[in-house]
Write a protein that binds this ligand. Structure first.
Ligand code: ASP
Ligand code: MG
Length: 414
């Protein structure tokens, strides 16, 4: 008998009808011989609604109380799903995080899971229950309610699957798997049959919302096999698992576009210890996340430094950098408000030479100037002018992944 953790996202439990459909799917999975634990998100839009309510009352609401508030969405869907399962004659029981001792640290809004006491879940399963668990929440050592970060019901599901040594964790969502690109931006995008944890981590880090980044990290760490699939159909989804030989043959699994970045250059700075720390220290202190950083080789002891930030962070980042530039006697600060970052990700890059050269050639053939380049073992990112972002993405997709035989079936962005 297999133990499977199902996770249902917000749209999958977004209405009474959707909850009915989910209950039937779970019962079907159980009747085919599985034991099922279902982790649920809040009903679609609910978490945003709760955050918005708080901010109507206070511009900067207390983090502890915010977690008390926003964790309620998952409590509602867990109870509703359990009520429906019972109505269908299926023994079922719901649990909140504190009832399962999903212990976390006390970082409200982005707490980390320390441990899960799986005893109660196992006992309930023994009694032939479907176990329904509220995602996204935890409890700290003092009994305070915490939340694990936006999108983190995925993390609850993977952590439970690891703690229970489940055979599989199925992530049910409103798209039928992981795509080679965002189908809204790239008409040739197609669903991947399988992808490695590492590739999926890179894609999640680049903004693919289909899986939360930390959940993939945890799946890799505990070797939890994942299947991302749609709760709206019976179609098999995308396997996420350990890299194998076959995956290495695929040069590029995904192409992403981030069309919302700004670029800042500090020119003519001294090439000596402490300069980078002096520039990026204040930026980090302000909570601004810096993405790509490039420092040129110096000439005559002077160099320049270019980096990107999210466009929303440009004004504060620029103000800080102009300050620092004056203090360290830099020659000047330039910026470009709107640039695009295009990335290709593929396990095959590890063992195949020439992927970067080919990518640059493709961009050159389209007359696209590359402003910055960064690479990792399985990723190449380039920054290009904003208006070239989509063309660059489509061209790279066509080169490495190819044209779709037919348009993807009703793919929606999640
Ligand atoms: N409801 C939470 C959110 O909207 C967690 C989740 O859906 O995974 O971020
Ligand atoms: Mg999600």
């Amino acid at each position: 008998m297999a133990l499977i953790v199902h996770k249902y996202g917000g749209t999958s439990v977004g209405s009474v009808d959707r909850i009915k459909a989910v209950a039937e799917r779970i019962i079907k999975s159980q009747s085919s011989g599985n034991r099922v634990v279902a982790v649920v998100s809040a009903m679609a839009g609910e978490t945003n609604r709760l955050f918005a309510l708080a901010s109507e009352l206070c511009p900067n609401p207390d983090a502890r109380e915010t977690d008390v508030l926003v964790s309620t969405g998952e409590q509602v869907s867990a109870a509703l799903l359990t009520i429906r399962l019972q109505a269908l004659g299926q023994p079922a029981i719901s649990f909140l995080a504190h009832q399962l001792r999903i212990s976390t640290d006390s970082n409200h809004g982005r707490a980390r899971i320390k441990s899960i006491d799986s005893k109660r879940v196992l006992q309930a399963l023994e009694r032939r229950n479907i176990v329904v668990v509220a995602g996204y929440q935890g409890v700290d050592a003092d009994g305070n309610i915490t939340t694990l970060g936006r999108g983190a019901s995925d993390l609850t599901a993977v952590a439970l699957a690891a703690a229970l040594r489940a055979d599989l964790c199925e992530i049910y969502t409103d798209v039928d798997g992981v795509y080679t690109a965002d189908p809204n931006l790239c008409p040739d995008a197609r669903k991947l049959a399988r992808i490695s944890y590492e590739e999926m981590m890179e894609l999640a880090g680049l903004g693919a919302k289909v899986l939360q980044l930390r959940s993939v990290e945890m799946a890799k760490r505990f070797n939890v096999p994942l299947m991302v699939r749609s709760s709206f159909s019976e179609i098999t989804g995308t396997w996420v698992g350990q890299e194998d030989r076959e995956m290495e043959d695929v040069l590029v699994s995904g192409v992403t576009l981030d069309n919302n970045q700004s670029k800042i250059t500090i020119a003519g700075i001294d090439d000596r210890p402490g300069i980078a720390a002096g520039i990026f220290g204040p930026i980090a202190q302000d909570g601004i996340v810096v993405d790509m950083i490039i420092q040129n080789a110096s000439a005559d002891g002077r160099t320049d430094m270019t980096f990107t930030v999210a466009r929303a962070d440009l004004p504060p980042a620029l103000a800080l950098v102009q300050d620092v530039a004056r203090q360290i006697g830099a020659a000047g600060v330039r910026h470009e408000e709107h640039v695009a970052k295009v990335s290709i990700v593929g396990a095959g890059m590890r063992s195949h030479a020439g992927v970067a050269a080919k990518a640059f050639e493709v961009l050159a053939n389209h007359g696209i100037n590359i402003e910055m380049i960064a690479t990792s073992e399985i990723k190449i990112s380039v920054v290009v002018g904003a208006k070239f972002g989509e063309i660059a993405m489509q061209a790279l997709h066509e080169e490495f992944i190819g044209r779709a035989a037919q348009p993807p079936a009703a793919a929606k962005a999640s």
